[in-house]
Design a protein around this ligand. Sequence first.
Ligand code: N01
Length: 547
Amino acid sequence: MVHPTAESHDAIIIGAGFAGLYAVHALRNQQAKDVIAFDAAGDVGGTWYWNRYPGARVDIESVHYSYSFDEDLQQEWHWTERFPAQPEILRYLEHVADRFDLRRSIRFNTRITSLTWDDDESLWTATTDAGEVHVARWVISGAGTLSVPKKPEFGGIENFAGETYTTGNWPHHEVDFAGKRVGIIGVGSSGIQAVSEIAKQAGHLTVLQRTPNYATPIGNYATDPAEEAAEKADYAALREASRNHFLGVPYSDVQPSAVAATLDERREVFDDRWNRGGFRLFIDAYGDILFDHEANDTVAQYIRDRIHERVDDPATAELLAPRGYPYGTKRPPLETDYYEAFNRPDVDLVDVKSNPIEAVTEGGVRLADGTELAFDVLVLATGFDACTGPLLAMNVTGRRGRTLKEHWADGPQTYLGLMAAGFPNLFMITGPQSPSVLYNMPLAIEDHVDFSVAAISHVEEQGRAVIEPTPEAEQEWVAHTNELAQATLLPDSPTSWYMGKNVPGKPQRVLVYLGGAPTYRARCDEVVAAGYEGFAISDRHSDRAFA
Ligand code: N01
């Protein structure tokens, strides 16, 4: 039964980042739906609201990492850098919110605490931490993929007498590192970006590294007016090329095979991609890097050699050089002067793989061998409960009282990474088992929101009220995504969050679709063309599809 004080809407939207903002625009401004959106943050921005740590910067060129849905917006907005820093991306999202008048539909500082499907009414009920109850036929979740910070395995953080910061939940005030002993735990994309900046500011910086990473230069530069004009002259073609690329960027120089190339040819290609920056070395060098160990070894060795060239002390360089897992099986970080930071006399590297962190203490960090490291400031760059974490945190209950947690007990189960069987009318933007983080996010988001809005229209045009994947379609999709992952080197990484391996106890199943954005988009088009193949569409009050 619907809660007596519930507010009723056509759709509930979760999040006010790239996904939530576009969903509000697409459903409210373009489809005239009554929508309400929620975000735990104090304003728009999503990832770019929370991740304010020093050095936070996008690592896909913003000319590509931006909305494509409005030609005037993409023509008029000017990016000052090729890879802008967090404040500029946040300004962009604030501008989008103003331009399309989105804020009036968003409740900020409000977290969804439960989301429950009513089988009788065919409605979702959302409760919030403000004690409000909202009811809607449709839910679009833009809760994000990397929005729930992982709880570190070591304890004692509450005992630390100094200042503690988490990269994924950085305060709005300026953090003063001057003259302080700073310890940073974690060398993923966040830690690596933060190290380059904090090293310049801290009295002394200690980097606690468990698994060294294959970081490569981002290659940032101030926007070149001629390049910008050329790109804007035919933005539509640029977007089309992006959407037809595995990673959603219009790179076009990938060579077939590193193994088939000679040593000199490889060196030339690797040097070129390294110097041009971005994800070129990862995705625009050789097509077999993610699939073939021998091919992967060539680029892995290349990166190790480059690290040794940049780091003065050979022992430190060797500790920074990743070994024992293939390049690209952990998400490759992009850096600016990261390796050079270790040439400073006031920066130390500590190996916490051979000597793990045992606990945070009042004065700093204690390692397994009893070593005490003293800090004034501790920065946690220890990552996220990726992809599934944000959805599970909302306490979702679907048909017949079955929770999403139960449904995903052995890992995520979705159809197209967008919906789950038994959870009708709930669209998970860039959900688990979709290309999401392996596709340029704003474009991945637009594709998913467009699919969701079109599906809603399709159902309503038929005078129906409910859409959900069939269990069979879901099982096939899960098997397909697992099969794709097994054909790559991804399962070989011991700690990658792509596989759910970074969080103790998390089921280890691939969290991303590895067939590439173009194949994925073609599959979505086929599904629609075949009359929403794999989905059951039914009437209100009906449980017929699963009777
Ligand atoms: O998190 P991570 P992140 N003791 O999981 C270490 C996106 N992003 O926040 O590898 C010691 O990559 C852990 O060590 P190990 C991007 O998609 C994008 O950096 O598990 N260390 C690792 O070094 C990225 O992939 C940008 O052995 C511990 C680190 O913490 C994703 O967000 C910028 C530990 C976590 O690395 C996540 O990146 C930033 C422990 N107990 C982020 N537990 C852009 O540029 C964990 N670690 C757009």
